[in-house]
Design a protein around this ligand. Structure first.
Ligand code: MG
Length: 220
C-alpha cells in the first residue's frame, strides 16, 4: 500500500481508493469531442499507480501515445457514506496536485470497442501526486489554481472555479455509491490543453502558491 506526505504533519496518509473524474471542464470535454456529462464520469486507478515527486513516469509497451492531464486532487480525511454536499467539506483533509497519465491510444481503442479504461488509466506510474496541503493551510478554497508545464512551456491552466462539478458535489455523489475512507484520493478532472509526452520530457504540475511535482518521462 502506498502513502502520500501531508505538509507540516508528522504522519503520512495511507492511500486507499483513487477515484478519478472524467470530463469535469467544458473546454476539455470539447477538445475530446465528448458529450458534456449530466453526472460525474467516474473511473479508478489502483493505489500502486501512485508516484511521488521526482520519480519517473514510464509509458508501458502497450502504448505509443501517452498524454499528461494535470488535476487538482482532493484527499479524504474520514470515513463516510451518504454525505450531503453541505457536509462534504468536513471530509476534505486537504488538496494536492496530480497527473492523470493516460495512454490515449489504448483509451481511444477502449472507447471504440466499449471496453473499460483500466489499462489506459491505471498502469504503474499513471498517478503522480504531490504532498497534500491540509485545509487549514489553504488560504482560499475558491482560489485553487494550477498549471502544467512540459519542458518549461506552460500547457494547461486550471481552477476549481471552472469545474462542472465542485469537489463538494463530487464527494457527495461518490458517497452514495462507495463508502469514502480516510486516505481516498479524488482526481477531479483535467482542463483543456492535454497533450503527448515522450522519452526525456519533463512534466511539471503546480498547485499555484502551494506545491509542485516534477517528473521525467521514460518509454519502456
Ligand atoms: Mg483525467
Amino acid at each position: 500500500m502506498k502513502s502520500v506526505r501531508i505538509r507540516n504533519k508528522d504522519y503520512t496518509l495511507q492511500v486507499s481508493k483513487i477515484f478519478c473524474m472524467g470530463r469535469n471542464y467544458l473546454e476539455h470535454a470539447r477538445e475530446m469531442r465528448a458529450e458534456v456529462p449530466d453526472a460525474p464520469v467516474v473511473f479508478m486507478k489502483p493505489s500502486a499507480a501512485l508516484l511521488t515527486d521526482g520519480e519517473d513516469i514510464v509509458r508501458p509497451p502497450i502504448s505509443k501515445l501517452m498524454h499528461f492531464e494535470s488535476e487538482l486532487v482532493v484527499a479524504i480525511g474520514k470515513t463516510g457514506s451518504r454525505v450531503s454536499p453541505i457536509k462534504a467539506r468536513e471530509y476534505i483533509l486537504g488538496y494536492g496536485i496530480g497527473l492523470d497519465m493516460t495512454l490515449r491510444d489504448v483509451q481511444d481503442e477502449a472507447k471504440r470497442k466499449g471496453l473499460p479504461w483500466t489499462t489506459a488509466k491505471g498502469f504503474d506510474t499513471s498517478a503522480p501526486i504531490s504532498e497534500i496541503i491540509p485545509v487549514d493551510q489553504i488560504i482560499n478554497k475558491q482560489e485553487l489554481d494550477f498549471e502544467c508545464r512540459v519542458n518549461s512551456v506552460p500547457r494547461q491552466r486550471g481552477s476549481v472555479k471552472n469545474m462542472i462539478f465542485s469537489p463538494e458535489y463530487i464527494i457527495s455523489f461518490l458517497s452514495f455509491i462507495f463508502t469514502l475512507e480516510e486516505g481516498d484520493l479524488i482526481f477531479t478532472g483535467t482542463p483543456e490543453g492535454v497533450g503527448e509526452v515522450n522519452e526525456g520530457d519533463i512534466v511539471e504540475a503546480e498547485l499555484l502558491g502551494y506545491t509542485k511535482i516534477t517528473h521525467k518521462v521514460k518509454v519502456a
